[in-house]
Write a protein that binds this ligand. Structure first.
Ligand code: ADP
Ligand code: NI
Length: 216
């Protein structure tokens, strides 16, 4: 990569996420970055904005900062200002960071751009498939959640506040978020890849319930 600000942003994200939870660490960011550049190939977009948005989107996820949604955008903007990045670029990257998250899916998105569409699809892809399953159980373990409890049913119509406050078993997260994502993808590449990863999760859940009942 010949762009020095991208190199500096990679180093910044790696250092900042050194001790992050396994599903939201540098490797998550690297996968999102690579997927975003892949998806961007099929779209007429600004790849510098996409690279910076992907690399900084989880620099300080509110889940790990007592729900404070201002830390991530603040850290990203301080970093970009320190490196004299153009103010219009900074503004666009901050909008991506602020608007990328799912939050139960009922939150109205306050900003839209093709670049946000691409980074959001890349982040969503990493929530799906085998990696998505691994990340979800890692997060559930990190929060000491149950794997599954048949008596606690998934909640499909949560407000952003309820979604954030949920302590439900990890299997419920598949119904509350992961299985909904394939119909919310923005780009053609994102839709195609999401479909495949979705099928893999459905097969996983079938096998999970069969084993739960001791059928296999
Ligand atoms: P949000 O769902 O708020 O947009 P993220 O996009 O950061 O949050 O979520 C990333 C990943 O973290 C999810 O795809 C999932 O793997 C894991 N995760 C988040 N919330 C939960 C949860 N309640 N239970 C299990 N995993 C979760
Ligand atoms: Ni992410």
């Amino acid at each position: 990569m010949e762009n020095p600000i991208i190199e500096k942003t990679i180093a910044f994200a790696k250092a900042t996420l050194e001790n992050a939870e396994g599903g939201h660490d540098w490797f998550h960011v690297e996968r999102v970055y690579k997927n975003a550049l892949l998806i961007a190939k099929g779209e007429d977009v600004d790849t510098t904005i996409i690279a910076l948005g992907a690399l900084l989107h989880d620099i300080a996820d509110s889940k790990f900062y007592q729900g404070d949604e201002s830390v991530g955008p603040r850290m990203a903007s301080e970093f970009l200002l320190r490196h004299n990045v153009d103010s219009a670029v900074i503004e666009h990257v901050l909008q991506i960071i602020k608007n990328i998250s799912f939050k139960g899916g009922n939150k109205k998105q306050a900003f839209s751009s093709l670049e946000l569409d691409v980074v959001q699809d890349a982040d969503r892809l990493d929530a799906l498939g085998a990696i998505g399953i691994a990340r979800t159980f890692n997060y559930g373990g990190f929060k000491n959640r149950k794997i599954y409890d048949p008596s606690i049913t998934p909640q499909l119509d949560m407000t952003p506040e309820e979604y954030k406050a949920s302590t439900a078993p990890t299997i419920n997260h598949f119904y509350e978020k992961l299985l909904l994502l394939k119909d919310r993808m923005n780009t053609k590449t994102g839709k195609r890849l999401a479909q495949k990863r979705h099928q893999y999760m459905v097969a996983f859940l079938d096998q999970f319930y069969a084993e739960w009942e001791g059928e296999v």
